[in-house]
Design a protein around this ligand. Structure first.
Ligand code: AMP
Length: 403
């Protein structure tokens, strides 16, 4: 079965086509600047050069049409006919309390995703446009949705409730949901398989550290707590997001700086984090380089960033009464040996010992970076959210076909 994975944003759409017989990627690509003139389609076939086309793509329906044209192109396509695509899987950021696993798209599911627009106003409407666009272009192809929040629906209420008037939870569903669930779920399963141990037997912390960043405590194979909250702003310091701060800062800054709510929201989401502290960049590579060149603010940003990851690891080890496995993943987690070293230094009291040589190695595969004597196993696990979406979609469609 060939499965097309789609991650639709408001003005972009990323895609990846899988052959599920061996889970190989046949082609991938992205459409950017949807709704603007000079939209760009970048198509990356496997073993052929990248193709880039600029044209006008005014909506998601046209974007999906262009994707299917790319995939079936006789010269650089990956399939000969659209009907080879037997299922489409979508990434959906917010599944609220309704979705604790991936599901096939039905009219009821679409209604629920619409009901959740309030909780993810920047993401869910765009995902919905992607689902509708596939329906228009491929009306007979089954679709599935895979939610960033679903993995965290196992959190107990002690983890997911905020200590604020409970009426706000009842009326508006204000609670912690957590994000990056697809990645935390994928890398935790990979780590357990690598260690040849059942996931349920491990007390694990997964650190997804990329532009957005979150830590998850995994107990009995399930998400027990995670650092992102009702929105992806809570938790760790990130590229441009503040992460945890005193909520009283919001009205204080509004008052002192004469800012509107929208302006403060934008400040905390887009102009804070590593970018604000370093004054240089939200990109870990640039900050690390500046730090090595002696820039004091870059060093402060790096140190604060690592310190906050370390604090979450400590608190989750306490929450689970122990730690067996620590996993690093995503852009920074997979690639920055310096960040991993800074985080792991000083948590030796947990029985964690980093193998500095292994940590410094530049590799792309799953690997252990703790010493043989380390009681806590530290792993670097490349994440692959698209593959998990393809797998869930394949399994749901297969199940529906056989039942
Ligand atoms: P992601 O959101 O997972 O794509 O991660 C993006 C982040 O990963 C950016 O901050 C990049 O600077 C960081 N990153 C990517 N490659 C490296 C690298 N080789 N060393 C340090 N950071 C990296």
């Amino acid at each position: 079965m060939k499965v097309l994975v789609i991650n639709a944003g408001s003005s972009s759409l990323k895609y990846q086509l899988y052959d599920m017989r061996d889970e190989s990627v046949l082609a991938s690509g992205r459409v950017e600047r949807i709704g603007m003139d000079s939209s760009i389609v970048t198509h990356e076939p496997v073993d052929k050069p990248e193709v880039r086309q600029v044209s006008e793509i005014l909506d998601h329906v046209t974007a999906v049409k262009r994707v299917t044209e790319m995939l079936t192109n006789p010269e650089f396509g990956a399939i000969s006919h659209m009907n080879e695509i037997e299922a489409v899987g979508h990434r959906v950021v917010h599944g609220g309390e309704v979705f604790s696993s991936s599901v096939l798209v039905t009219p009821e599911v679409k209604l629920e995703i619409r009901r959740l627009f309030d909780l993810a106003p920047l993401h869910n409407p765009a995902h919905m446009m992607g689902i509708t666009a596939v329906e228009t272009n491929m009306p007979d192809v089954p679709q599935a949705v895979v939610f960033d929040t679903a993995f965290h629906q196992t959190m107990p209420n002690t983890s997911y409730l905020y200590p604020i008037p409970t009426v706000l939870y009842r009326r508006h569903k204000i609670r912690r949901y957590g994000f990056h669930g697809t990645s935390h779920s994928y890398v935790s399963a990979q780590a357990a398989a690598y260690l040849k141990k059942p996931l349920e037997s491990l007390k694990m912390i997964t650190c997804h550290i990329g532009n957005g960043a979150s830590c998850t405590a995994i107990l009995d194979g399930k998400s027990y707590d995670t650092s992102m909250g009702m929105t992806p702003l809570e938790g760790l310091m990130m590229g441009t997001r503040s992460g945890d701060l005193d909520p009283a800062i919001v009205p204080f800054v509004m008052n002192k700086e004469e800012l509107t709510l929208n302006e403060v929201n934008s400040m905390l989401n887009k102009h804070s984090g590593m970018l604000a502290v370093s004054g240089i960049s939200s990109d870990m590579r640039e900050v690390t380089e500046a730090m090595r060149d002696g820039d004091k603010n870059a060093k402060l940003a790096f140190d604060m960033y690592a310190y906050r990851v370390k604090k979450y690891i400590g608190s989750y080890a306490a929450a689970m009464n122990g730690l067996d496995t620590l996993v690093f993943t995503a852009g920074v987690g997979e690639n920055s040996a310096a960040l991993r070293k800074a985080v792991c230094e000083g948590i030796t009291f947990l029985g964690l010992e980093l193998d500095e040589e292994c940590n410094a190695e530049r590799r792309k595969d799953i690997r252990e970076i703790s010493t043989d004597n380390s009681r806590v196993k530290v792993l670097v696990v490349p994440t692959n959210e698209e593959l998990l979406i393809a797998r869930d979609t394949y399994n749901l469609v297969k199940q529906a076909q056989t039942s």
